[in-house]
Design a protein around this ligand. Structure first.
Ligand SMILES: [Zn+2]
Length: 394
């Protein structure tokens, strides 16, 4: 059994016991054995270990948990982005462009894209990344999308209900039947979660409820894309179905916020549903940002994720999302870093990641900076000096 001591940490974000909401410890060390954190304490009292990683006085934080990403696709939509920046509105219709390219791609082409983007995110400090299907939209293409996603993540999500594909445009009920029937059956062995894009132009609340209920019955956890482009019933549907997360939350009514704010109690009542905000999407579609302060002040648990996808948010950088959240959504830097680590873990119903406390997975990043504050203070700068995942430095 080999142990590794990460010591000489100037500022350690634990998201556990310590100073402030991030559980900060100064002059700290972390002992790692068998891929787990086994001890956290002052550097001066650190136990001996087989190997040592000297943080050189820099900040160390839990690896980012990106709980919302669409990595299984082919082609790119740079021209659509350029047109949008020149004034065309975002409607979500471009998803069908990617569906065509994805269906035409080979398994190896899709696999290469997933690996490239997963590697890109890992180098930027993302140690856990959820990966959705949703650009195949046939039984075979959704199943292979999830099979390929499962090679790179255990957090895989069946999003057969991303849009109604063109061949079902005039009979959406039939498509919902396909999703709930043979497509779910083919996808479920490779999926942990089921998700629906609940939005005008995609799936209405009744269709979303039917699909999520089928997924739940097949043993999948629920997540939902809701209230991104307009108000609607998606957020309340997510809370009703005990979704782990409702994602986007850009257009919320008071009733939506109240539903999300019903705090979880030990007797099982209240909501455990997290609001996951995806500011990369508002950035890349030049749309108004969600009112994050309203959620935080109501006591809602907020996560941040990239929504990495080729249409509306082609970034894999959680640090960029932290900077956007601080600058554009008025999160404090501490709130944003918590949302990008512990918040993402809650959105995946995980308690072994997003924290650096004994028992947690040894997923951490060493910054090229003395404090987590620099993630928002120095936007666009590559501040991730070293990444450890499962106790291993790749
Ligand atoms: Zn998405």
């Amino acid at each position: 059994m080999s142990s590794m001591l990460v010591d000489n940490i100037g500022e350690l974000v634990t998201n556990g016991a310590g100073e402030g909401p991030l559980g900060i410890r100064r002059d700290a060390a972390v002992l790692v054995e068998e891929g787990r954190v086994v001890w956290v304490g002052p550097s001066a009292y650190a136990p001996a270990a087989d190997r040592r990683l000297d943080a050189g006085g820099a900040a160390v934080l839990p690896g980012f948990v990106d709980s919302h990403a669409h990595l299984v696709f082919a082609g790119d939509r740079a021209a659509e982005f350029a047109a949008r920046m020149a004034g065309e509105p975002y409607t979500g219709g471009g998803i069908r462009t990617t569906v065509g390219a994805t269906r035409a791609a080979t398994d190896d082409e899709l696999r290469a894209t997933v690996r490239r983007l997963r590697g890109e995110a890992l180098r930027q400090g993302t140690t856990t990344m959820e990966i959705k299907s949703g650009y195949g939209l046939t039984v075979a293409d959704e199943a292979r999308s999830l099979r390929i996603a499962a090679e790179s993540s255990t957090e895989t999500t069946f999003l057969g209900a991303h849009v109604v594909p063109a061949e079902y445009a005039d009979r959406p009920d039939d498509y919902v039947g396909l999703v709930c029937g043979p497509m779910l059956a083919a996808a479920a062995p490779y999926a942990k979660w089921v998700d629906v894009f609940c939005e005008r132009g995609a799936f209405d609340v009744d269709h979303a409820r039917a699909i999520l209920a089928c997924g739940q019955a097949a043993g999948l956890g629920v997540r939902i894309h809701a209230n991104q482009l307009a108000p609607g019933g998606g957020v309340q549907l997510g809370v009703e179905l005990d979704a782990a997360s409702v994602d986007h939350c850009t257009h919320l009514s008071d009733a939506d916020v109240d539903a999300l704010a019903g705090t979880a109690h030990s007797d099982g009542s209240g909501t455990r549903t997290v609001a996951t905000l995806l500011p990369g999407a508002e950035f890349s579609t030049r749309s108004p940002y969600p009112d994050a302060r309203r959620l935080l002040e109501a006591g809602v648990t907020v996560a941040l994720a990239t929504d990495c996808n080729p249409g509306s948010s082609y970034t894999s950088s959680m640090a960029f999302c932290v900077a956007l959240a601080v600058r554009e959504m008025r999160l404090t830097p501490a709130e944003a870093v918590w949302a990008a680590t512990a918040g993402g873990a809650r959105a995946l119903r995980r308690d072994d990641i997003g924290v650096l406390t004994p028992g947690a997975r040894a997923d951490l990043v060493v910054l090229d900076a003395p404090s987590y504050l620099h993630l928002a203070y120095r936007p666009g700068v590559p501040l991730i000096r070293q990444v450890m995942r499962n106790g291993v430095t790749p």
